[in-house]
Design a protein around this ligand. Structure first.
Ligand code: ZN
Ligand code: ZN
Length: 230
């Protein structure tokens, strides 16, 4: 009884973890994610804000939550994920972090924008290349960089173990997978990325995708028809 009582008062400091805030932007309905820690430092992943009012929505959302942006990340550089890179750079002075193999994809994005009738000004600041296996730090919180090509040649995903979630870009969707018909895309590479980098995570791991609703590793293992085929 006495011991049991004492155990209640044992220190149970909660491990720190990142909170996810999401926005959906542009005619392509791309998900932009803002992850922030308990000190209100945040990173912005794939800012897809296209229209001026969407850029305002991102800025207001960040300001109203009292956040200070400290990092700009791209999972990959298809146009819908990079529309707002320049805005984020101009507004908060952040440098773009991406995988080196996405550099040609980033360079091609404005041309691609013209093809889709969505012209935009590309980010032209300095680039920092992320290496798979490296850890990104936001204060004390860590994001594990996972190399997940197949949809795009240099796609990376960001795994936050303490929070039990993966920011996966366009690799794995709720009930679907990313298209592989764009330059540098490959279906078997994509399926391999999903099997080795997503399906090896705990079933309850949440997957925040570049489009559509959040899902979990366990749900996709059971139900995803595209990965089951292989
Ligand atoms: Zn994409
Ligand atoms: Zn996309």
């Amino acid at each position: 009884m006495h011991l049991a009582h004492r155990s209640i008062f044992k220190s149970t400091k909660k491990p720190s973890m990142l909170t996810v805030k999401s926005f959906t932007f542009s005619p392509v309905q791309e998900n932009t994610y803002v992850l922030y820690n308990e000190h209100n430092e945040c990173c912005i992943i794939d800012p897809g804000c296209y229209f001026p009012e969407e850029r305002e929505e991102l800025k207001t959302g960040i300001e109203k939550t009292g956040l200070t942006p400290v990092l700009l990340l791209n999972t990959h550089c298809h146009l819908d994920h990079v529309f707002g890179n320049k805005f984020v750079h101009d507004t908060w002075g952040l440098t773009l972090h991406l995988h080196e193999k996405e550099k040609p994809v980033l360079d091609f994005a404005p041309q691609s924008g013209l093809m889709y009738q969505l012209p935009f000004d590309n980010y032209e600041g300095p680039l920092v290349y992320l290496k798979p296996g490296n850890l990104i730090k936001i204060g004390e919180d860590e994001l594990d960089i996972r190399f997940t090509p197949g949809h795009s040649p240099g796609s990376i995903s960001f795994y936050h173990e303490a929070g039990g979630f993966m920011i996966g870009g366009d690799v794995l969707f709720n009930g679907s997978v990313g298209r592989t018909d764009l330059p540098g895309g490959n279906m078997s590479t994509l399926v391999n990325s999903i099997q080795t980098q997503f399906f090896t995570l705990p079933d309850e791991t949440k997957v925040y995708s570049g489009h559509g609703p959040v899902t979990t590793v366990g749900f996709e293992k059971m139900n995803n028809p595209f990965v089951k085929m292989y």
